[in-house]
Design a protein around this ligand. Structure first.
Ligand SMILES: Cc1cc2nc3c(=O)[nH]c(=O)nc-3n(C[C@H](O)[C@H](O)[C@H](O)COP(=O)(O)OP(=O)(O)OC[C@H]3O[C@@H](n4cnc5c(N)ncnc54)[C@H](O)[C@@H]3O)c2cc1C
Length: 538
């Protein structure tokens, strides 16, 4: 991360995000959107203003050199980066920081830290990039624990080995997205897993949360790229065998993929890589209605064409995120390949869109060998908005604007009712809580049997009451998602924020099996308590 300091309270770099002038511009635009006279921009917190409670436990001498109680580090590791997290941090509220932040240098340090936590009854919270939006890294107080240690994997940041013939690499789990790609680039290889949080999230975090990347079809989740894993648990190291596929019983990797730090700390993974793409073909297709766009997207998802990008934006989302004017629904479509030109693919995709009334710009359908195609037109506008959005969310917190997202997945046969029901519930809640507000929708990923809709909400919040207001909206949205048959999360994970709904969603027998795995690997129940499942006896 070099010497450019990161915000301890929000997204990205301290000097990132809109300029002073940009903030005023945004405030004016939002005020006009909500019909308000103006929005006052509050000043961001400074670390000197924080007074954190002293660590409740002393650091053992043997571990002292990898532990810090610096205020900045404890504050930065207190929360993830959800709207709720940013609000609390922005308001200088840090009642439960980790007692110590640990920076292990390697696997041995990780094992020693887990031994200390088990014997001293300390909660151990694995921390990758800290970009969780579901309370996954929060050091929430829990009865029966003497303190909390945030275990930050930042120093485990190297690509250790590359197997060119199998096109795979052994990679340490703490590496952040850009550093990972920098190390693979000289080999002409790439993981090509680009979540929106790519810049500040880690390989281990992606695996632990089953993160969703930029591929809208086929390789949607990190799961698809994991070849094998190495995990340090309180009862020893678990390592799976490198195999391209295996039918030998339930998959050991699948036990840890999505385990959200409750079963062990992922220290390394062999990951399946790809050659860097040379050919690209993009198109932005307009539809007169959302329904027509949905029908075209379904046809595409079932065509076997497997576009890399297939993001459908409803009219509001297209207007605010892709610079589109009017009421058109937009489908951002892209194919990429390291091996072959893509004219046949994009032409067939265009035909499928046109069957449903899709309109394409003149001359859009040709393969290009530069990366420029994804940076032009609606696709380019959407890409810039996508990358800048997290900084804007912080700016909105400073202005007292509620800006929150939630996501799900549902089969095509139920999508129409699901979408209508979710919109009704959320619009109703926004009106009740804020008096007004908007909710827009896009598909982040699509499958032959259904889409993953992603909803963005904006409303003028009441400064000082943001957390209560958030709670009411979160409950209304999550209740609707579950009642209408969706999943509580498609790729944001469960963490602490989705626990209640996850408990209702998962089969009871599976919950017992997970509890058994937890008991076997983490008998003292120290790892990330409160996430996914309660440790037995607590
Ligand atoms: C602006 C923004 C955009 C986002 N966009 C996306 C997106 O496009 N797709 C997506 O899927 N998610 C997205 N997220 C959510 C988040 O980035 C993902 O959940 C990501 O995978 C978390 O990675 P991390 O390294 O930051 O993990 P952290 O936030 O540090 O941790 C997440 C969870 O994993 C556990 N964990 C972390 N590292 C390890 C490890 N080595 N071993 C065991 N457990 C571990 C933690 O204890 C915690 O429970 C976004 C978040 C933000 C703030």
């Amino acid at each position: 991360m070099g010497s450019r300091p990161l915000k301890f309270w929000g997204w990205g770099y301290e000097d990132g995000g809109p300029s002073e002038e940009g903030m005023q511009h945004l405030a004016a635009a939002l005020a006009s959107r909500f019909g308000l006279e103006g929005l006052e921009v509050d000043r961001a917190p400074r670390v000197e203003e924080l007074e954190l409670p002293a660590p409740r436990v002393p650091a053992p001498t043997a571990l002292r050199e990898i532990l810090t109680d610096a205020t900045y580090e404890r504050a930065r590791h207190s929360y993830g980066r959800s709207y709720r997290d940013v609000v609390r941090a922005f308001r200088r509220s840090f009642p439960h920081p980790p007692d110590w932040v640990a920076l292990p240098r390697g696997e041995e340090d990780v094992a020693r830290l887990l031994d200390w936590c088990s014997s001293a009854r300390l909660a151990a919270v694995p921390f990758g990039g800290g970009s969780s939006v579901v309370g996954g890294v929060e050091c929430a107080p829990r009865e029966g624990y003497a303190g909390t240690i945030s275990i930050d994997l930042a120093r485990l940041d190297r690509v250790l080995e590359i197997d060119r013939s199998s096109r795979a690499a052994r990679i340490q789990a703490g590496v952040l997205g850009p550093a990972l790609e920098d190390q693979l680039r000289p080999h002409g290889l790439t993981l090509r897993h680009f979540p929106q949080s790519f810049e500040f999230s880690s390989l281990g975090g992606w695996i632990a949360t089953r993160s969703g990347g930029h591929f809208a079809t086929r390789y949607t989740h990190i799961d698809d790229f994991v070849e094998s894993l190495r995990v340090v648990t309180p009862t020893g190291v678990v390592e799976s065998r490198r195999l391209p596929g295996s039918g030998a019983g339930p998959s050991p990797d699948r036990l840890f993929i999505g385990s959200e730090g409750i079963l062990g700390i992922i220290t390394e993974a062999w990951m399946r890589l790809q050659d860097r793409p040379r050919y690209r073909a993009n198109a932005s297709v307009s539809f007169a209605s959302f329904e027509a766009g949905v029908a075209a997207t379904r046809a595409l998802s079932q065509s076997g064409l497997e576009p890399a990008n297939c993001r459908l934006l409803d009219a509001l989302e297209a207007r605010t995120q892709a610079g589109a004017s009017g009421d058109a629904t937009i489908l951002l479509l892209a194919f990429e390949s390291a091996d072959h030109p893509l004219d046949a693919w994009i032409e067939r995709a265009a035909e499928l869109c046109q069957d449903h009334g899709g309109v394409l710009p003149e001359g859009a359908l040709r393969t290009r060998t530069d990366a420029g195609a994804s940076r032009e037109g609606s696709a380019g506008a959407w890409r810039s908005a996508f990358i800048g959005a997290p900084y804007l969310r912080d700016a909105m917190v400073a202005m007292g604007v509620f800006s929150e997202t939630f996501e799900s997945a549902i089969t095509w046969d139920r999508f129409e009712d699901f979408h209508a029901g979710v919109l009704a519930a959320v619009n109703d809640a926004l009106k009740q809580v804020f008096g007004q507000g908007t909710v827009s929708c896009r598909f982040t990923h699509v499958y032959p049997d259904g889409p993953a809709p992603y909803y963005t909400m904006l409303a003028p919040a009441c400064k000082g009451r943001e957390l209560e207001q958030w709670q009411e909206i979160k409950r209304a949205a999550s209740d609707a998602v579950l009642r209408l048959g969706g999943t509580i999360t498609h790729h944001h994970a469960v963490g602490r924020d989705h626990r209640e709904w996850y408990d209702r969603q998962r089969p009871e027998g599976f919950a017992r099996a997970l509890a058994g795995a937890k008991q076997a690997l983490d008998p003292a129940g120290i790892l990330n308590p409160g996430v996914l499942i309660d440790p037995s006896g607590t």
